[in-house]
Design a protein around this ligand. Structure first.
Ligand code: TXA
Ligand code: MG
Length: 333
């Protein structure tokens, strides 16, 4: 069931269900999340079951902005190091998730049993309205992975979510997500900032805000936390995705000529095919616009029944890192 998130009654209904331990899907500026009361281990178990996700993969806990949000932060996490607080001040509410040492005894299921916890304060007004209503009902944070089944493409509209789960799920509609790819994740639990998942907030922005060099997961000897967003193969549509340069796509289309079929092409370069059965779609020239369309485009190609999706390799610039990351994982499946 889809309800308009701009209605006060819908938000109340969602908060009441969440308080009672049920699941509710909700919009954020990145992608839609599948929410449950983060402090209720049974409710959180429902998320893992619905997604088909291994229960030791940690989830992100969403908190509201303002004083209630600050309270939630200290409820779920131990005091954050100074560099992490600088990131909070620079980017919250917004598409940044911080991994922090977890307050012992709290949200253990949401954390996948790890002694750290992922925290994020989304900027989407409907998410904020829901999180605020939840806080008023005594739900301090919503555990919320992307609202898709495990390994699949993240949803950026309420309709995408509806296609993933059974009809009884309440979905709060907040329109199409503006960012389009999941939040940037910075691990702040190891004494230095470590980039776990690139997103639309770039390395340069993070380093400027916190005044420290951002490390990579591979730079540190400590073992990685389990994290499905960091699995090599993830975000996969049913069709096979390949990253190719424009020249390779052009050559392949020329070779196949009028016989080409069941192929979709997403490229910044203008390309042609002699077959009317090739779907040609232009990728925007800038990273943010591409991120916003990325998952919806992959889903749309799937819905049109193509077998192959040929994507022009994105530029090697830092602002394309989040888009490149998602496409590489989609191509690795
Ligand atoms: O934009 C987003 O982050 C979306 C929206 C709904 O907020 N959420 C999202 O959740 O992408 P999910 O579960 O699909 O990805 C969360 C990722 C995990 O796969 C993992 O990589 C990381 O967050 N994560 C969460 N808690 C962690 C922890 N304690 N340690 C390390 N990584 C963690
Ligand atoms: Mg996900």
């Amino acid at each position: 069931m889809i309800l308009d998130g701009h209605s006060r009654e819908a938000i109340e209904e969602a908060a009441t269900r969440l308080r009672a331990g049920q699941l509710v899907a909700f919009p954020t500026e990145t992608v839609y999340g599948l929410g449950a009361d983060a402090a209720n281990d049974d409710a959180v178990a429902g998320i893992f079951a619905a997604k088909g996700r291994p229960a030791d993969h940690p989830l992100i806990v969403h908190v509201c902005a303002g004083t209630k949000g600050d309270e939630a932060l200290s409820r779920f996490a131990l005091p954050l190091p100074e560099f992490a607080m600088k990131l909070v001040h620079a980017f919250w509410p917004g598409p940044l998730t911080l991994i922090a040492p977890r307050q012992p005894g709290v949200a253990s299921a949401a954390a996948g049993g790890q002694d750290t916890i992922g925290l994020r304060c989304p900027s989407h007004p409907v998410a904020q309205a829901l999180l605020t209503a939840c806080a008023e009902h005594g739900v301090a944070g919503l555990a919320g992975p992307s609202a898709n089944r495990f390994g699949r493409v993240s949803p950026t509209t309420a309709q995408h979510v509806q296609g993933e789960f059974d009809d009884a799920l309440l979905i709060i509609d907040g329109g199409a997500c503006e960012v389009g790819i999941e939040s940037t994740i910075v691990d702040c639990s190891r004494g230095v900032p470590v980039l776990l998942r690139p997103g639309v907030i770039t390395r340069a922005q993070i380093e400027a805000a916190c005044g420290e060099k951002l490390r990579d997961r591979h730079d540190l000897s400590a073992p990685d936390p389990r994290a499905s967003g960091t699995l090599e193969a993830h975000y996969a549509p049913s069709a096979k995705v390949r990253l190719m340069d424009a020249k390779a796509i052009r050559t392949a289309l020329e070779l196949l000529g009028a016989d080409a079929a069941h192929i979709a092409v997403w490229s910044r370069t203008e390309l042609k095919s002699r077959s009317s059965k090739v779907l040609l779609r232009r990728m925007p020239d800038d990273a943010a616009a591409t991120a916003q369309l990325l998952f919806a485009t992959l889903r749309d190609f799937d819905a049109q029944g193509v077998k192959l999706i040929w994507v022009e390799t994105p530029p090697d610039d830092h602002d394309w890192e989040g888009v490149r990351d998602r496409l590489q994982r989609a191509a690795a499946s």
